[in-house]
Ligand binder design. Structure first.
Ligand code: ADP
Ligand code: MG
Length: 540
């Protein structure tokens, strides 16, 4: 099919002020995104707009730029209000607005609950031009008369579908009543359920509907693959996938909250730095998880569709549809979370034999080119890990600051051939349970030795060695007894699974056992040892 070739638009084409153009260029925006291209002119001309585009398409600047252009800096009153569903999104939007407004010297101020209202009041008193807030807290300020909306010219409902899902409809209605009807009203949403259209009829004046269909956003930079996997093999498949990309950052999608918790729990048990996030999470829990992910303390985030909405995480290398999305729209939405900011991304979909029809539907409707993939073998994973280790070693060699270790190396070289010493080090680093380095004890952190599901006086520990490594209960008991110096009879209930083992040790020796056994070698394998999680049925 031939596509019409259109020369890309430039920010210069909108007739914007030099201050905005300077800010946009400083932010590194080269050209407007599709939603910006259509929305900015409509807003500048005074129209109400309903915008629908997927997360990460630059909606904030799409409404932010015209808002900033329309504000009178000399009038010290709130002239624009943006309502957002969560504190995190309000802060993000305010930050983006302040960057855009930098040379105009306007102030956008976020107000949200869960934090001191007094400090917000004092800033509001000093005068801000743009308020970005969550509906509850905004209403609170209105009721306290610490926020006056009588001079508001533009009101934005950002992530409107999510605000509805969160039950903010009444708050929003009450806030809109405080704003003069001469205002411009904008509504942005990733999806357009009927209720949103009803609201738009009631509160907007002949809005222009701008919809950027998701498929034009399915960046060609995303490599789309599907794996045929049986349900019971999914966890193993996911582990291999994660192993094959050392340093990758994964967003895993599940159907249900329970599935998300189970998958994250399972990954933790296997030693990965994983966390789940879903609709039951409070705002502060969400933020804590996100923070860990952003700081790289966790590199696998397991989420439901609802929880992942509105998330602004830009460096996801892999999106994995652990459960196949229910509709093509949602597929496009999910995979759009990778391949952002010009980087390449991989989208993997697990398809059970019964879900093949669903896959065909997704392919047909979203016109996605999803290729059949093959899971990497253990050898391929090893190869990939070796290459990545080699790169790191090269870096260390270039860096040359290893004087302290040269002495140790000399000591080693006196006893063994250098090549053998090197091979042993490589084995130590690469063999054993592949993910030992990835998560280590921190991967299951948050589990206390007093809460491992063991009987009184005992602690249950998890070890990354199992039947696949041909290890027997006796080997484990002997190794622990010898290394941690506790009698073999003190070690109870050794349950060996394919790739991991649970044991129970006296609570007062548990720290010692972990200290001596974690990252030690049993039957030629490096193992990770950590407090076990209480079994799911006894959890919480
Ligand atoms: P949305 O609200 O649609 O989810 P955001 O407004 O949060 O998306 O924008 C996502 C990211 O894209 C932000 O980091 C933003 O700074 C960046 N961005 C916005 N517009 C552009 C542009 N024209 N070019 C490059 N990056 C942009
Ligand atoms: Mg947004």
């Amino acid at each position: 099919m031939e596509k019409k070739v259109k020369s890309p638009m430039s920010f210069n084409d909108f007739g914007l002020s030099s201050e905005i153009l300077k800010a946009v260029s400083q932010m590194g925006f080269e050209e407007p995104t599709p939603i910006q291209e259509k929305t900015i002119p409509a807003l500048l001309s005074g129209k109400d707009v309903i915008g629908q585009a997927q997360t990460g398409t630059g909606k904030t600047a799409a409404f932010g730029i015209p808002i900033i252009e329309k504000i009178d800096r000399l009038s010290n009153s709130v002239q624009a209000i943006i309502l957002a569903p969560t504190r995190e999104l309000a802060i993000q939007a305010a930050e983006e607005m302040n960057k855009l407004a930098k040379f105009k010297k306007l102030l956008a101020f976020p107000v949200y609950g869960g934090t001191s209202i007094e400090r917000q009041i004092s800033t509001l008193k000093k005068g801000v031009h743009i308020v970005v807030g969550t509906p509850g807290r905004v209403l609170d300020h209105i009721e306290r008369r610490t926020l006056n909306l009588k001079n508001v010219k533009i009101a934005v409902l950002d992530e409107a579908d999510e605000m509805l899902d969160m039950g903010f409809i009444d708050d929003i209605t009450r806030i809109l009543k405080e704003i003069p009807e001469t205002r411009q009203t904008l509504l942005f949403s990733a999806t357009m359920p009927d209720e949103i259209l009803r609201i738009s009829k009631r509160y907007m004046r002949s809005p222009e509907k701008i919809r950027i269909p998701s498929e034009t956003l399915t960046a060609s930079k995303i490599d789309q693959i599907f794996f045929e996997v049986k349900r019971e093999d999914k966890i193993e498949a996911l582990s291999r996938l994660i192993d094959s990309d050392d340093g990758g950052r994964f967003l895993i999608f599940c159907h249900t909250k329970k599935e998300a918790d189970d998958v994250a729990g399972n990954l933790k048990l296997r030693g990965y730095g994983a966390d789940s996030m879903h609709g039951d999470f409070s705002q502060s829990q969400r933020e804590a998880v996100l923070k860990k992910f952003k700081e790289g303390r966790v590199d696998v985030l397991v989420a439901t569709d609802v929880a992942a909405r509105g998330l602004d995480i830009s460096d996801i290398s892999h999106v994995v549809n652990y459960s196949i999305p229910q509709d093509p729209e949602s597929y496009v939405h999910r995979i759009g979370r990778t391949g952002r900011a010009g980087k390449a991304g991989v989208a993997v979909t697990f398809v059970t034999p019964r879900e093949e029809r669903q896959l065909r539907l997704i392919k047909a409707v979203s016109k996605a080119d999803i290729k059949r993939g093959k899971l990497p073998t253990n050898e391929e994973i090893m190869e990939a890990r070796f290459t990545s280790l080699k790169d790191k070693i090269d870096e260390f060699i270039d860096d040359k600051s290893f004087d302290k270790f040269l002495k140790m190396a000399e000591g080693l070289a006196e006893k063994v051939k250098p090549l053998e010493a090197l091979a042993a080090l490589l084995k130590f680093q690469l063999q054993g349970f592949e993910m030992a380095e990835k998560g280590g004890v921190s991967g299951v952190s948050g589990v206390s030795l007093d809460d491992t599901g063991a009987p009184q006086g005992m602690a249950r520990l998890f070890m990354t060695i199992g039947k696949e490594q041909n290890v027997r209960a006796n080997d484990i008991v002997n190794a622990i007894s010898r290394k941690a110096n506790i009698p073999p009879s003190a070690i109870k209930k050794v349950s060996i699974f394919d790739t991991f083992t649970f044991i129970e040790v006296p609570r007062d020796s548990a720290e010692k056992v972990i200290e001596f056994m974690h990252q030690s070698i049993i039957s030629g394998r490096k193992v990770t040892v950590a407090p076990a999680r209480p079994r799911t049925d006894t959890r919480r």
